[in-house]
Design a protein around this ligand. Structure first.
Ligand code: 6GU
Length: 254
């Protein structure tokens, strides 16, 4: 996987991505990172890349030409026209299935905006995928680009070692991960659940599955709709919800 990032803050991307697991994958050559400073394509004396918006209104806009030239400098080196992801709160919301799909690409280009955004005309010409990372507004596209590259990298074969990939299916089957414990056996008076010390793998698996369902029902009930549960497990969910509703009603009557 080759990541290309068009940005006014390349050092932010470099520092973030060359750290930890993604950094290790780059040293191994499984990932490459190529940052392009859009300012290098501002052909005026002051290397200015922004200007006022036509029609008035607050803030400055990134101009079309430097963004276009930055993109062209990347595109001319790649045979097949790469997908260009524009980070914007107006885009489609990023999800795990999108990460999995994008991980299949050979090259990905990320376009990071700043100020109030980018001149619409260049977006029309180069962007294939406008993407948001959630419903809140950030100051620029750099953090969202790093969030996406991190999630995509994990899906590229060889980036995680076997031990890491075994633990990373937080979203498998639309269920959240079960709670986990390490030494010591007792900490702040809290004991590790007995079943995990038993060495009985069948019981451990059963407990973990139950905890996953419990946790999903409690924290992310919206995910349960897409979960694959047995009839018995659905029953368990309904019982949990009934119990919580009764507790809530009791508390309201106090
Ligand atoms: Cl992709 N960009 C910005 N600026 N803000 C965001 C976002 C992206 N996703 C959520 N908020």
């Amino acid at each position: 996987m080759n990541f290309h990032v068009l940005t006014l803050f390349p050092e932010m991307i470099e520092n973030g991505m060359r750290t930890s697991i993604t950094g290790r994958a780059m040293e191994k050559g499984i990932l490459t990172l190529h940052t392009v400073n859009i300012r290098d394509f501002a052909f005026n004396k002051h290397q200015k890349v922004d200007d006022y918006t036509y029609g008035g209104g607050a803030g400055m806009l990134m101009q079309a030409e430097p963004v276009y030239l930055a993109w062209a400098s990347v595109a001319e080196k790649i045979e097949k026209q790469p997908r260009v992801i524009y980070l914007t709160p107006q885009g489609r919301t990023f999800r795990q299935d999108m990460a999995r799909e994008l991980a299949q690409e050979e090259n990905l280009v990320f376009l990071c905006g700043h100020y109030e955004g980018i001149d619409e005309r260049v977006l029309e010409e180069i962007v294939t995928d406008p993407v948001s990372i959630g419903d809140y507004v950030l100051t620029g596209g750099e953090l969202p680009a790093m969030v996406m590259m991190d999630a995509i990298s994990r899906m590229v074969p060889g980036v995680l070692n076997n031990q890491e990939s075994g633990e990373t299916e937080s979203f498998s089957g639309n269920l959240l991960e079960y709670p986990q414990y390490s030494r010591p056996e007792e900490w702040h008076g809290k004991k590790v659940p007995e079943v995990l010390l038993s060495g009985h793998h069948g019981n451990v698996d059963k407990w973990r599955r139950e905890q996953s369902i419990l946790r999903t029902a409690k924290w992310r009930p919206d995910l349960l709709k897409g979960a694959e549960l047995s009839g018995k497990e659905w029953n368990y969910v309904h019982q949990l919800k009934k119990k919580w509703k009764e507790t809530q009603e009791k508390n309201e009557n106090l």
